[in-house]
Design a protein around this ligand. Structure first.
Ligand code: GAL
Length: 686
C-alpha cells in the first residue's frame, strides 16, 4: 500500500465519530422541519424516509420559537414526539441546539442583540440569524436554551450527533456594533499585549492613526477613504474567533449532559469566506460541510470538487459528512438552475469519491411557505410522482451498495495550499487590482489540475507536505515565514512547486515584504520583481510560447531561475513570464501572470508530468465528450475506483473487479455510460 492513503494530516479528528455514524453504512440524511407541517404529515414523512433509505435526520435547526415560546417557558411536545417517532422507525437524529435564529420575543426585549453593519445600520428580525456574535445577552439566552435541550435529549436513544446552531456566520459573521467593538479590543489586547505593538503591527504611523489607548479602537466601520487594511484583517480573524468561541460555549454544555459527538455545518462553498475553518476544524468531532452548486461561477462543477477536497483537508484526510446540498435548484441565486437527470447523483458521488462518508440534503420536504418555498427538497411539492423523488430513492439504494467504501481514504499526489487569511488579505481594499481575486486564482489552479485528471489534497499553508510530489501555491498573497519555509523545505527535499503571481507579498501583519516581489518566495523561485503591471479589463498579453494571459503582469528579473516563457507584448514585453528554478533536489516554477485556462492547463500538464504525479483521469474527456472524474479511495486492504462521467458519451476505463453500482464484474475495463457513476472494488491494487 502506498503512503498516499495516510498523507493528509492536520485536524484533530481521529475518525472515530464518523466511523460510529457509518457503522451501518454510508449516511443518507436530511434536514427536517416538522414544525412546518401538521402531525399527520409526520407519519407519512417517516414512512417515506424509510422508503428512501434515509437514516440520519437533522431536527430543531430553527426550533427556538417553538420550544421556548415565551422566555423560560418550554414546550417539548412536538420535539418529543418527533424524536420518538424517528427512533421507533430506526432513524437516527442529528439534533440541532436550536440557537440559530432567536425568537421575536428576544429581539423585541433586547434589540441590542441585533447585528450592525459597517455604516451603523441595524439588520432586523424577519430573516434569520439576526444576532451579533459578541452579544452577551444573546449568548446568555442561547446557552440557557442549549442547557435545556441537552438535559432533555442528551441521553435520548435516537441521538447520534449534535448539530450546533446552523451555518454559524452565514449572514452575521461580521458585526460592527458596540458589543463587537468591546470584544474586539479584548481580543486585540490578548494578541498584542501593548498598544505600541498594535501600532507597529497595524502601521498606524500612516494617516495619523496612532492609538493611545485600547478604548480608541473601533471595528473597521465605514470610512470616507480606504480603511486600514491590517485593522480589517485582524477584524476578520477576531470575527472568526468570536463565532468559534460561541461554538465552544454551546459544545461545553452539550458535553456536560451527553456523550454524543458534536459538530456544526461548515460552509466550504464559493461565496462564503468569513470563517477560518483551519482553526475551527480541530474542534469538531467530525467535519461536516454544506455545499451548493453556484451558477454565478464560471465553472460550478470543478468548484464542487474543490470544495469536497478542501473539506477533506479540513478533516485531516479523514472521512467527513456532507450535511447539506440540494436535490435540484436552490432559491437564493439570481437564477436558480435545476439539476438535470443524473446530476444530483453525480454531485453526491463526487463528494463521496472525495471522502464524504455520508450525503445529506437540505431539506426533506419542500416548504409551502417562507423564504425557501421554491428551494428543492428530497420530497418535492409534486410529491413522490416526480423525477426528483425517483432519483432520491435510487441514490439511497446506490449508497447502500457503496457501504464498504466507508472509512477509506482518498489518494492524491498533489497538494494545493489554501488559506482564509490569505483570502482576506488578498481581497482587501488596498491591492494592486480589483480584478485579481484570490478565490478566482485558487479555482483556476484547481480547475487545471481537475481537467488534467489529477487528484488534489488541499492543505493548510505550513501543513505537512511529506509524500506529495507537487505542491501548487495559487496567489498566496499573505504568507507567513513558516509557511514559505515549509514549501522551501519540500522543494529542497526533491519536491516540485508551482507558485502563481501575487504570492508571498505580505507577512501576517499585512506588511509588504521588502526587497522585491514575490517576497517570501523570491529565493526559492530565483526571481525578483520590482514592479507589478496589472492589465485593464479586456486587455491581454501573449507569451513567447503562444499562451495568452490577462489581469496581471510584472517586471520579473531572474536571479537563479531559468526562463520558460517570456512576455511577447504588453507592458513588460521581453521579460520573464514563466520561470523554473532548481532548488536543492527539487524544482520551483513561477507563473507571473494569469494564464488563460487552456494555457494554464498545458503548463500544469507539463509540471505534473515532470513531478511524476499520477493523473488517473487524464485523457478521458475526449472519449466522453465532457468531463470525467477519476478518484481512488483506499484502505490497507482494499481500493475503490470512482469514475464520474459528466460527458455525453460512454467511457471505458481500465479496471478489474466488482462494480458496486451495477454489481457487474469489470474484467479489464469498466464501461461508464454518459452521465453516470461507477465504482469498482479493484482486485489488483495499483
Ligand atoms: C443553507 C442553510 C439551510 C438552507 C439552505 C438553502 O445555508 O443551512 O437552512 O437555508 O442553505 O440552500
Amino acid at each position: 500500500m502506498s503512503q498516499q492513503a495516510t498523507r493528509e494530516r492536520g485536524a484533530a479528528q481521529d475518525g472515530a465519530a464518523m466511523a460510529t455514524l457509518t457503522a451501518r453504512g454510508l449516511v443518507y440524511g436530511c434536514d427536517y422541519n416538522p414544525e412546518q407541517w401538521d402531525r399527520d404529515v409526520w407519519r407519512e414523512d417517516v414512512a417515506l424516509m424509510r422508503e428512501a433509505g434515509v437514516d440520519l435526520v437533522a431536527v430543531n435547526i430553527f426550533g427556538w420559537s417553538h420550544i421556548e415560546p415565551e422566555p423560560g417557558v418550554y414546550d417539548w411536545s412536538g420535539l418529543d414526539e418527533i424524536l420518538d417517532l424517528l427512533h421507533a422507525n430506526d432513524i437516527r437524529v442529528n439534533l440541532g441546539t436550536g440557537t440559530s435564529s432567536p425568537p421575536p420575543w428576544l429581539s423585541t426585549r433586547h434589540p441590542e442583540i441585533l447585528p450592525e453593519q459597517p455604516d451603523g445600520t441595524t439588520r432586523f428580525p424577519g430573516g434569520r440569524q439576526a444576532w451579533c456574535p459578541s452579544s452577551p445577552v444573546y449568548r446568555e439566552h442561547a446557552l440557557r436554551l442549549v442547557e435545556q435541550v441537552a438535559r432533555r435529549y442528551g441521553g435520548h436513544p435516537a441521538l447520534a450527533l449534535w448539530h450546533v446552531s446552523n451555518e454559524l456566520g452565514c449572514h452575521n459573521a461580521l458585526c460592527y456594533d458596540e458589543d463587537s467593538a468591546a470584544a474586539f479590543r479584548v481580543w486585540l489586547e490578548a494578541r498584542y499585549t501593548s498598544i505600541a505593538n498594535l501600532n507597529a503591527a497595524w502601521g498606524t504611523a500612516f494617516w495619523s492613526q496612532r492609538y493611545g489607548a485600547w478604548s480608541e479602537i473601533l471595528p473597521p466601520r465605514a470610512t470616507l477613504s480606504i480603511g486600514n487594511p491590517a485593522q480589517a484583517l485582524d477584524f476578520h480573524r477576531f470575527s472568526s474567533d468570536a463565532l468559534l468561541d460561541h461554538y465552544r460555549a454551546e459544545t461545553a454544555i452539550l458535553r456536560e449532559h451527553s456523550s454524543a459527538p458534536v459538530t456544526t455545518n461548515f460552509m466550504v462553498t464559493a461565496h462564503i469566506r468569513n470563517l477560518d475553518y483551519w482553526t475551527w476544524a480541530p474542534e469538531m468531532d467530525l467535519v461536516a460541510n454544506d455545499h451548493y452548486l453556484d451558477h454565478r461561477l464560471a465553472d460550478p462543477v470543478s468548484e464542487l470538487a474543490f470544495a469536497a477536497d478542501l473539506t477533506r483537508g479540513l478533516a485531516g484526510g479523514q472521512a467527513w459528512l456532507l450535511m447539506e446540498q440540494a436535490t435540484s435548484a436552490v432559491n437564493w441565486q439570481p437564477v436558480n438552475v435545476a439539476k438535470t437527470p443524473g446530476q444530483m447523483t453525480r454531485n453526491s458521488l463526487t463528494h463521496v469519491a472525495r471522502g464524504a462518508d455520508g450525503v445529506c440534503f437540505f431539506q426533506w420536504r419542500a416548504s409551502r411557505q417562507g423564504a425557501e418555498k421554491f428551494h428543492s427538497a428530497m420530497l418535492p411539492h409534486a410529491g413522490t410522482d416526480s423525477a426528483v423523488w425517483e432519483e432520491v430513492v435510487e441514490l439511497g439504494a446506490t449508497l447502500d451498495r457503496l457501504t464498504e467504501v466507508a472509512g477509506t481514504r482518498v489518494q492524491a499526489d498533489v497538494a494545493l495550499l489554501f488559506s482564509w487569511e490569505a483570502w482576506w488579505a488578498a481581497d482587501s481594499e488596498a491591492r494592486f487590482s480589483g480584478d485579481v481575486r484570490y478565490l478566482d486564482q485558487v479555482h483556476a489552479a484547481y480547475r487545471a489540475l481537475y481537467d488534467e485528471g489529477v487528484s488534489v489534497a488541499v492543505v493548510r499553508p505550513g501543513g505537512d507536505l511529506t509524500g506529495y510530489r507537487l505542491v501548487v501555491v495559487p496567489s498566496l498573497h499573505l504568507t507567513r515565514d513558516a509557511e514559505a519555509a515549509a514549501v522551501e523545505a519540500f522543494v529542497a527535499a526533491g519536491g516540485h512547486a508551482l507558485i502563481t503571481f501575487n504570492s508571498g507579498i505580505v507577512d501576517e501583519t499585512d506588511s509588504v515584504r521588502l526587497g522585491g516581489y514575490p517576497g517570501a518566495f523570491r529565493d526559492l523561485l530565483g526571481v525578483r520583481s520590482d514592479e507589478i503591471f496589472p492589465l485593464l479589463p479586456g486587455q491581454s498579453v501573449t507569451l513567447s510560447d503562444g499562451a495568452t494571459a490577462r489581469t496581471w503582469t510584472e517586471h520579473v528579473r531572474t536571479t537563479t531561475a531559468q526562463v520558460h516563457a517570456t512576455f511577447a507584448d504588453g507592458p513588460v514585453a521581453g521579460g520573464p513570464a514563466i520561470t523554473r528554478n532548481a532548488h536543492g533536489a527539487g524544482t520551483a516554477w513561477y507563473v507571473a501572470t494569469a494564464l488563460d485556462a487552456d494555457d494554464l492547463r498545458a503548463l500544469v500538464r507539463d509540471v505534473v508530468e515532470q513531478a511524476g504525479a499520477s493523473a488517473p483521469g487524464a485523457g478521458l474527456a475526449a472519449q466522453a465528450g465532457g468531463r470525467v472524474e477519476v478518484v481512488r479511495r483506499t484502505a490497507p486492504d482494499r481500493a475503490y475506483l470512482f469514475v464520474i462521467n459528466h460527458g455525453t458519451s460512454d467511457v471505458e476505463v481500465p479496471a478489474r473487479g466488482l462494480e458496486l453500482v451495477t454489481q457487474d464484474r469489470a474484467d479489464g475495463v469498466v464501461v461508464v455510460p454518459a452521465g453516470t457513476v461507477r465504482v469498482v472494488r479493484e482486485e489488483t491494487q495499483p
